[in-house]
Every structure is written in structure tokens, then in C-alpha cells.
Design a protein around this ligand. Structure first.
Ligand code: UT7
Length: 324
């Protein structure tokens, strides 16, 4: 029997505490105008002390379970895409499993930084396609604020905390284009390892933790080209054009990168789901947060064709087409 991964529900969670550009400008040599013009970001949400990545993940997961009308007992597999696990090990997914009480699931993390959601979706989809899991809870969750050097204006303005979740279910499908995850396309190039990285090994000691270092301009230049390659591959794979897409839900890293991709493929701005203003770059959480926003406000509906893409540290990049 051939299976496809159908989307049953989604959820999102942003911590209550908001840090605006204006607040940042009080302690940093920057301005609201610069940040908005160069990135599209207006504010970011910051996890409280003691609020861990797994806490954010569980909130998003509960919302997805509710939307899908499923219980924790139904879940076979939990995958958390994160760069900011609660601890170096065990996997944050194991903690999510315990907090949800999803006793029959197996659980693990994947790490592909800002591409984590596309990479994790590929993993989840393959578990379902091969019949190894029937219901997969897949979460992108991050507390990026804990990896920031708050004195570095080139990086600390860009990131925020949050989580988004998808529930995928195996269903048999007569045609590969009818519904669910149609395909995923993954790429990486380790030659650019140093373009975006954390400058220390993992330590729990907050006084000596590593922080994000980024060659912003280099990443920016690569982004439109590499994302373009991933988007083209997804479209070509199904003999589609950008006109066939109902919604373009990109990784929310920089509004100018997103606009560049839209221009390259002549995707009208009305089809673009943009949430970066509200939560900045939440790494693996940004796509599911945007998906959840567009589902909640009624834009994405059953049967719609959704294109997602991401690029991040590694470098890693990728895309996927999902028939909602
Ligand atoms: O998820 C994937 C990971 N990351 C990304 O996708 C990020 C990709 N890169 C970017 O988004 C952009 O490169 C940034 C937003 C990081 C920077 O924007 P930019 O237009 O590429 O600016 P820049 O680095 O070329 O810097 C221009 C100027 C510099 O001043 P000088 O040297 O021209 O005098 C910077 O020092 O802007 C200055 N600058 C700032 N000024 C005010 C850099 N950061 C700031 C700031 N506020 N926060």
C-alpha cells in the first residue's frame, strides 16, 4: 500500500514577552527605521527565564492536536526540529513526548537550523510513505534568544523565539497530486559552514555559552539564488509553474529575501504569507508559525497548493509542495 502524508492540523505558539525594535534601540546602536527597512521585522517574542524550547513546542502541539481532533495517544512519532534543544541530550522531542503523555510514540530531534522545518518535513513524510508511522507530530521550536550576542547589532535584531506544529497522517491516495506532502527537496553545501554558526561548543553554563556569528551579506546574496534553485526543483518535479501555487509560505528570515524570490518567480504579493514583522526569524519555527497564521485567518484552506522554502546555516536549503 502506498501512503501519502496528509495535514490534519497545525498550531503555533509565541511567548508572551515582546521585544520591539524601539526597545532594542535603547541599548543598541540601531533604529526602528533601519531594522524595518532592511529586514521587515517590527518585534520579536522572547521566552521567559525557565521557559524552555520544549515548553513552546508543547503549546504548539496541543493546538495542532485540538485542530486535528486527535489525542496524544494517537501519535506514533514525534519529531522536533530545533537548534536550541533544552539540553544537548536527550532529545527535546523526548521531553515533549513526556509532557504530552504520548506514550506510544517514538521521539527524536533533527537539526538543520533555519532549514529544520523543510528537512524535518522530509523525514516525517518518509516515515509515513514507508508505512513506519501513521500519525506524526512534527514541531519546529526554538529559543534563539539564548544564542544571541545582545551587543552585536548585525545579528541580535534578527531572531526571536517561538514554535509551530503540524500533525501528519498516513492516508492512501489514488494520485500523487491529490493531497498531502507532494514532495520535499533538500540541499546543503558545507563549504559555507563558517558563514553562519555558533562560536562555541554546547555548554549549559550561561556565562560561557556560544553565540550566533553571521556573514550577513554573504548569506543574503546566496539566499535568493539557492532558494530559487529549490523552488524551481519543486515546481519542475510536478510540471507546475508558480501560477499554480495558492500560497507561498517562506522561511521568515528577511522580507527583502522573500520579496526577491517572489519577484524571480512572479509570485503576486497577495499569495505570500508574511509574518516576519511579528516574530522575526524563529529558525525552524518560522514556517509552521506562518502556516498556522494563514490557516487560522482562513487564507489556507483544504485543497490549496502551498509552497514552502527555507535556507539557513550549513548552508542548508530546501523546498516542499503541500496540497492542504
Ligand atoms: O535564516 C537564514 C539566516 N540569516 C539570514 O537570512 C540573514 C541574511 N542577511 C541579512 O538579512 C542582511 O544581510 C542583514 C539584515 C543582516 C544586514 O542587512 P544589509 O543590508 O546586508 O546590511 P549590511 O550588513 O550590508 O550593513 C550595512 C550597514 C553597515 O554599516 P557600514 O559598514 O555601511 O557603515 C552595518 O554596520 O548597516 C550597518 N548595520 C546596522 N545599522 C543599524 C548593520 N546592522 C545594523 C543595525 N542597525 N542593526
Amino acid at each position: 500500500m502506498a501512503y501519502i502524508s496528509e495535514v490534519m492540523g497545525c498550531g503555533g505558539y509565541l511567548p508572551a514577552k515582546i521585544l520591539t525594535n524601539q526597545e532594542l534601540a535603547q541599548t543598541l546602536d540601531t533604529t526602528d527605521e533601519w531594522i524595518v527597512e532592511r529586514t521587515g521585522i517590527h518585534r520579536r517574542h522572547i521566552a521567559d527565564n525557565g521557559q524552555l524550547t520544549s515548553d513552546l513546542a508543547v503549546q504548539a502541539a496541543k493546538q495542532a492536536l485540538e485542530q486535528a481532533d486527535l489525542s496524544a495517544d494517537d501519535i506514533d512519532c514525534i519529531i522536533v526540529a530545533t537548534t536550541t534543544p533544552d539540553h544537548p541530550f536527550p532529545a527535546t522531542a523526548a521531553r515533549v513526548q513526556s509532557k504530552l503523555g504520548a506514550s506510544k510514540a517514538f521521539a527524536f530531534d533533527i537539526q538543520a537550523v533555519c532549514s529544520g522545518f523543510v528537512y524535518g518535513l522530509a523525514v516525517a513524510d518518509n516515515f509515513i510513505r514507508t508505512g513506519q508511522a501513521k500519525i506524526v507530530l512534527f514541531i519546529g521550536a526554538e529559543t534563539m534568544s539564548r544564542l544571541l550576542d545582545w551587543h552585536d547589532r548585525r545579528t541580535c535584531i534578527l531572531f526571536g523565539d517561538g514554535a509551530g506544529a503540524l500533525l501528519l497522517k498516513a492516508s492512501s491516495s489514488p494520485s500523487s497530486l491529490s493531497s498531502g506532502v507532494l514532495s520535499t527537496h533538500l540541499f546543503s553545501d558545507g563549504h559555507h559552514y563558517d558563514a553562519l554558526y555558533v562560536d562555541d561548543t554546547i555548554r549549559i553554563d550561561a556565562l560561557s555559552r556560544g553565540v550566533i556569528r553571521m556573514q550577513g551579506r554573504e548569506i543574503f546574496k546566496s539566499a535568493v539564488e539557492k532558494i530559487g534553485q529549490a523552488v524551481q526543483k519543486a515546481l519542475d518535479n510536478h510540471k507546475l509553474t508558480a501560477n499554480d501555487i495558492d500560497w507561498f509560505v517562506p522561511h521568515q528570515a528577511n522580507q527583502r529575501i522573500i520579496m526577491g524570490v517572489c519577484e524571480r518567480f512572479s509570485i503576486p504579493v497577495e499569495k505570500m504569507v508574511l509574518t516576519i514583522a511579528e516574530h522575526a526569524n524563529t529558525s525552524a519555527a518560522s514556517i509552521p508559525l506562518a502556516l498556522n497564521t494563514a490557516v487560522q485567518d482562513g487564507r489556507i484552506q483544504k485543497g490549496h497548493l502551498v509552497l514552502i522554502e527555507a535556507m539557513g546555516g550549513g548552508l542548508t536549503w530546501g523546498s516542499s509542495l503541500i496540497r492542504w
